[in-house]
Design a protein around this ligand. Sequence first.
Ligand code: PEP
Length: 258
Amino acid sequence: MTQPNRKPLLAGNWKMHLDLKGSVELVRALLKDLPADGREVLVAPPFTALSVVAEVLKGTPIRLGAQNLHWEEKGAFTGEVSGGQLKDAGCSAVIIGHSERRQFFGETDATVAKRVRAALKAGLVPILCIGETLDERESQRTWRVLETQLQGGLEGFTAPELATLVVAYEPVWAIGTGKTATQGQAQDAHLFIRKTLAKMLGEGFAAGVRILYGGSVKPDNVDGLMSEPDVDGALVGGASLKAADFARIIKFQIPARR
Ligand code: PEP
């Protein structure tokens, strides 16, 4: 279970799903089924639904996030959205470097770093996604990949600049596949990430940074994953589109230790 200084964060990535009506219905249903407190909840709808969802979430404990941002503040960048525009739409966080962006849209560690800088400048919490493919895991390259993605995506930053950073460990082979990392695999990777961040940015920084697990998190595996000491929350794709499932994930319970 996460340390007391790391409040659990349960974030839903809606990807390219839901129209405006469906988006509003989903957050309304979630709001009816929220646990009291002690955990932070965030939803990241598609850009088109941000404003309407922001309206429903006003004055509630659920925070709004976006799924990407461009690194420039404004200009002739057809199809792009800036950090300032996301803030204006009501966002407080943004997902950066998701494996689908890396795989399908040419995202690199260098562009990830630019987006992290832009997010911080706009006052958005960057949720930096990293993770290895199946091939990389099977050829024993997991640690090297995670280290490279952290070093590249956070190049040139100081610990104080990254005070709000959240990292999401998302093994690519577990995203949308129904294959979840075992608790042990998740804990090993999270510990490795924390140790790498300690080397890069100091022990104090690493002890406080939240590391989420993402990859087929469901109501029936969230309790086990959240019971691991370095798992501070979850980034949830498919299961965040069903109010009852995401609500159960938010209400994770740590099994008592014997
Ligand atoms: C994701 O897209 O970040 C994700 C973890 O998806 P899923 O939960 O569907 O595997």
